[in-house]
Structure formats: C-alpha cells, structure tokens
Design a protein around this ligand. Structure first.
Ligand SMILES: Cc1ncc(COP(=O)(O)O)c(C=O)c1O
Length: 367
C-alpha cells in the first residue's frame, strides 16, 4: 500500500540529520567517549538546588506541568527587569525558534542569517517552506553591516543573529547591536539569540527594550545552568507577540521537572558564578594550549573555543583523530569556518585528555 502524499514542503526537504549526537558515534564506534566536549553542554553539571527540585518534581510527574509556566516566567521576568507578559517558555531555544519562524514567516518568504551560523534556525525555515539567504562571516565574526544590507535587499521577514556566536565564539557589544537594530528594514523581525549570555561582561549587554516589537530575544538554561538535557529556554519580547505565540506553542512542552529545576537554578547565583569562573579558567587554558602547539584560537565569549587548523583537511584529520581517541568534539561544516575544530570547555580531567589527544592528533596527521 502506498504512503499517502506528503505535503509539498516535506517532499522537497532533503533527508538530513541536523545533529549527529555523541550517542550515535558511541554506538557506531562500539565504545563510550572519555570526554564529552563537542556539544557546548556544561560539563560542570547542574546546581544542587536544581537537583533537589527536579528530584522532588519527578515524584509529581503524574500531574501535567503548569501550561503557563507561571512561577518560572515570573522569576525570569524579575531577573530581567521585565513583566511576566514579556516572557514565553519553550523546550530550549531550538523549540522557540520554530515557534517564531512559524509566527512570522509565510512559505516562500525570505529570511537572513550568517552562512554557517547556528543551524536550527535554518532547519525551521526550511521545514516551514521559507527561503534562507545567507551572508558570509567576515574575519571569523558575523558581518553586521552585510546582514542588515541583505535583510533590506531581500525584504527579509526575519533576521537571525546569535551573539555571542556559535561556532566562532565572537561577540559584539551593545553599541554594535543597537546599530544593527537601527538598520533593520521595515517589517523585519530580529531574532536575537543570546544562548551564551551568561559568559559576557554585564555592561556590554543590550538593555531590555520590550516595547520594540521587532525584537525577540531568546535565551536558554542549556549553557551556564547546565540543563541542556532538561530542555528549557525562554523568549523575551513584546507582550502582544507572547500572546500570539500562545496560539501555536506547545503548552505542556516544558515539563514539570524542567520548570522546577530551572526555577531553582535561577535562584542559585553562587553556582552560576562558579560555573562562569571555571569556564573562564578553561578558556584561558585552551588558549595557552593553542599558543604552545602553534594553533591559533579564536577569541571566544562562550563556553567553547574554536581552534584554527588553517585547512578543512587538517581540521577533519584532527577531529577524526580526537574522536577515535575518545574525545567528542565537533567542527563547522561550511567554508571558511570548516578549518576550525570547536572544543567545549571541559573539566580539568577533560582538558587534560583533550590536550594529550590533540598532541597525538598533531603528531600523527599531515601538517
Ligand atoms: C547559538 C545557539 N543557540 C541555541 C542553542 C540551543 O539552545 P537550546 O539547548 O536552548 O535549544 C545553541 C546550542 O548550542 C546555540 O549555540
């Protein structure tokens, strides 16, 4: 019997897997990784307060979660100096990006992002039938001027920017982002992805302006809070947009344990400060390893560092060798970024394993 016809959008999508998980590689290799420093998770774990809250909530999992996520949204609103009406929850930024794209982009509409930027935006754009125009990175950073120009030229419905950026780790302070916002063409929504916000200097962050309905800021508990597996993210934007999101968002998408854990983690400032300190320490160590081995590292304002292996061939060789030696890492897939290997800040033990494996990779591979 034949499969009933797929939609036109689905028929035209290539078969693809946006993220090959370390679990898949472990199954294929028949062995577990010794260090998991490829997905920008936080190896420093979750707050003890979050652990207790989540364990308690686990016992209450027979109940649906609060579909309004009220307590967590209220705490997030307070922490960010906004109102609860400005905040929407989602199962990570990845989920929220889909909600935003569906809300603001018709099939056939054009949107803009950097070529090789965080892939889930493109994934949703293609899944909802949009047309993605990309702008190349410049000097291993988003080219803000070119992004604004492209948005105008193509009459883009959405402009996506991650700041700090993944995979380069680059970061623009407040003035540059405000400049970009001032140059947004009419009718263009700005998705401002601040997944790595916790790692940037406080004074450089764009102030909250929730009365500007052209901007949706998206943030996550997956990085400094160490809760990638729990799937909690949030958007901050104009209240009317939050209400509109309510028409399509998955109302029980952020489960009870995730909501309780995030709420507890948000209250554990000491834990987060400690994570940030450890990340800064690890980043310095990676940079000095790069100097020692003659491999430039890109300046990073995130929980990862990209090592510049100068050619794609050398980067692929090093990544493959690291993976074979039990160190899970990833690299960007498109030029000119495909000469980089991106390494998440690991624990002291992870970093030692990585350093040793990198030395091994460099001594065995072609220069
Ligand atoms: C720029 C950026 N945005 C979003 C995400 C995903 O966040 P979440 O886990 O909340 O879906 C990542 C994860 O690596 C990221 O690098």
């Amino acid at each position: 019997m034949a499969i009933p016809p797929y939609t036109d959008i689905i028929k035209n999508l290539p078969a693809m897997v946006p993220f090959v998980g370390p679990e898949t590689i472990e199954r294929n290799q028949g062995k577990a990784f010794l260090a998991r420093i490829g997905a920008n998770e936080s190896v420093f774990g979750i707050s003890p307060l979050a652990r207790t809250a989540m364990a308690d909530a686990a016992c209450e999992s027979w109940m649906y979660c609060d579909p309004e996520g009220y307590d967590l949204r209220l705490a997030l609103a307070k922490a960010n100096g906004v109102e609860i009406e400005n905040v929407m929850l989602g199962a990570g930024i990845d989920d929220i990006l889909g909600v935003i794209v569906r809300t603001f982009m018709n099939p056939g509409d054009t949107v803009v992002a950097s070529y090789g930027s965080y892939p889930t935006f493109a994934y949703h754009v293609h899944g909802f039938g949009g047309v993605l125009k990309t702008v190349p990175y410049r000097n291993d950073a988003n080219d803000l001027q070119a992004l604004a120009d492209a948005a105008s030229e193509h009459g883009a419905k959405i402009l996506f920017l991650a700041n700090p950026d993944n995979p380069t780790g680059s970061y623009y302070p407040r003035e540059d982002i405000e400049d970009l916002i001032a140059r947004l063409p009419d009718g263009c929504l700005f998705i401002f992805d601040e997944a790595y916000l916790d790692f940037v200097p406080e004074g450089s962050v764009v102030p909250m302006v929730c009365d500007d309905p052209r901007i949706v800021r998206v943030r996550t508990f997956s990085k400094a809070h160490g809760m990638a597996g729990a799937r909690v993210g949030y958007a901050i934007t104009h209240p009317e947009i939050v209400q509109t999101f309510n028409r399509i968002r998955l109302h029980f998408g952020v489960n009870r344990m995730a909501q309780e854990g995030a709420l507890a983690s948000l209250g554990d400032k000491k834990f987060i400060e400690d994570v940030i300190r450890k990340v800064n320490e690890g980043r310095l160590e990676y940079e000095s390893l790069g100097r020692e081995l003659g491999i430039p590292t890109l300046p990073s304002r995130t929980n990862f560092v990209s090592f510049d292996l100068s050619t794609k061939e050398r980067a692929v060789g090093v990544m493959t060798s690291l993976i074979e030696q039990g160190v899970f890492v990833r690299m960007p897939g498109v030029p000119p970024l495909d000469r980089l290997v991106r390494i998440t800040i690991g624990t002291e033990r992870d970093r030692a394993l990585f350093a040793e494996a990198l030395r091994g990779a460099l001594s065995s591979g072609p220069d």
